[in-house]
Design a protein around this ligand. Structure first.
Ligand SMILES: Cc1ncc(COP(=O)(O)O)c(C=O)c1O
Length: 458
């Protein structure tokens, strides 16, 4: 009989020592472990998370081609901000900005920035609105202490964040039951000489629709003519910026409209790149407030930077460029149409089932299904979401709308590239089964309800 091994000896010989040890989660670990053990431990920890393939809550890309994955993996060690050392990566960023400016009908030469996502792009775009407003006011010797920004309750939380972080009064148009986007009539009462800009959404987080951007633009053009107020319009196209150009090319929302001065878009949403990439594009170079650009001599080269962050990986910029040249206009159009067709198939199944009604499926919308229960039931949308995740791990969020529509409950399923027609059918069957089960149970148990998540993008 051999002598029993100590834990350390066994770990050296067989690895996987974490099977009997707790995961390090407090003090900085005194000793390390083998690379294989560390990798397995991290992998094992993640197993109990939600599966990105069944995550219909997120707008963010959950699948890329192996060739794109290879580019990403091969360039993780390339710091994007080191322009002197990696000038080609910097040039590729500029190419992407030029391509987006073209897609969004910029009238001439323009400028923009790669960002971590739409949130950073919005912070930078809104900062530029604030600075440009300040310049205009100072030129007229008028006070600059009360800037405000007008937007609807249908925006992403980042807009309120901007206002709080950068000391701007948010003027928020409240939503109503049945009205989940805003138009010129909502905006007009809030605009005055202290308005740094109006933000409108193309593809809201809540129902995937667009604000009445044409109407808001017309209002602002009229205000310029009638009252001499030149109020710029920023379009939050975080999701819609890669959908509308391909599904609704004749719908005007971009630089074709006179007051649209800047646009943000998330490369990691319908730009089809993994998380960590967003874009900000200005109509003209002069729309970027010069004061916000820092010129620094770093590592032997003068560099102009306009970002909130500094170091970041080059991989996602390169992956975005890969997608642009790999797919082109025709490829993006095909993918968007495929997603739209599958989301319509899911919508049709939900209507057929009789338990649900759709929200605005007859209007221009992101490839998603926004729906709610039809009629009185013993269960609600949160229960359906819970039951679906309990039965098959589908992540289809339920949430309440922003004020004043806070009593309205909605469910939303993003239909991305990974949701083929076969998966759509399976999901629709599972939703039917979940409803049947809830019918029998009379709703979720109170203990289950306590665990439910209640935001649009968990
Ligand atoms: C309309 C809208 N704006 C901004 C954001 C924030 O985008 P990001 O996650 O790219 O920072 C989102 C995210 O869902 C969004 O839907």
């Amino acid at each position: 009989m051999s002598k029993p091994l100590s834990t350390e000896q066994a770990a050296i010989l067989y690895g996987t020592r974490f099977l009997t040890d707790d995961a390090p989660d407090g003090p900085f670990p005194a000793d390390g472990m083998s690379a294989l053990d560390a990798m397995r431990m991290v992998d094992e920890e993640l197993v109990l998370e939600g599966d990105p393939w069944r995550n219909l809550a997120t707008f963010v890309t959950t699948w890329m081609e192996p060739e794109a994955q290879r580019i990403i993996a091969e360039n993780l060690h390339r710091n994007f901000i080191d322009h002197a050392e990696y000038p080609i990566s910097a040039e590729i960023e500029q190419r992407c900005i030029r391509m987006l400016a073209d897609l969004y009908h910029a009238p001439g030469e323009t400028t923009g920035a790669r960002t971590q996502g739409s949130s950073e792009a919005i912070m930078l775009g809104a900062l530029s609105l604030k600075w440009k407003w300040k310049e205009r006011r100072e030129a007229e010797s008028k006070p600059t202490d009360k800037p405000n920004l007008v937007f609807g309750g249908d925006v992403h939380v980042v807009w309120e964040k901007f206002c709080r972080y950068f000391d701007v009064e948010p003027r928020i148009v409240r939503l109503q039951d049945g009205k989940y986007v805003i138009g010129p009539e909502d905006v007009e009462p809030h605009v005055d000489e202290n308005t740094i800009g109006v933000a409108a959404v193309l593809g809201t987080t809540f129902t995937g629709h667009a604000d009445d951007i044409v109407g808001i633009n017309k209002l602002l053009v009229d205000l310029k003519g009638d009252r001499g107020l030149d109020v710029p319009l920023h379009i939050d196209a975080a999701s819609g910026g890669f959908v509308w150009p391909f599904l609704y090319p004749d719908s005007e929302w971009d630089f074709r409209l006179e007051q649209v001065r800047s646009i943000n878009v998330s490369g990691h949403k319908f730009g089809l790149v993994y998380p960590g990439i967003g874009w900000l594009v200005f109509r003209e170079k002069s729309d970027l407030a010069e004061d916000l650009v820092f010129y620094e001599n770093y590592l032997g080269k003068t560099d102009a930077t306009f970002t909130l962050n500094f170091s970041t990986g080059a991989s996602m910029v390169l992956a975005q460029y890969y997608n642009f040249i790999r797919l082109g206009h025709a490829g993006y159009e095909l993918i968007m149409k495929t997603m739209q067709s599958n989301s319509r198939a899911l919508a049709a199944r939900l209507e057929e089932n009789g338990n649900f009604k759709l929200i605005g499926a007859d209007r221009e919308q992101l490839p998603l299904v926004a729906f709610q229960l039809a009629g009185e039931k013993d269960y609600d949308e949160f229960d359906v979401s819970w039951q679906l995740s309990a039965e098959r791990g589908w992540m289809v969020p339920a949430y309440t709308m922003p004020p004043d529509a806070q009593d309205v409950k909605v469910m939303r399923a993003l239909v991305k590239e990974t949701l083929s027609r076969a998966q759509v059918d399976r999901l629709a069957d599972d939703i039917d089964t979940a409803c049947e089960m809830l019918e029998k149970k009379g709703g979720a148990h109170p203990a289950e309800r306590k665990k439910m998540k209640r935001s649009p993008g968990y």
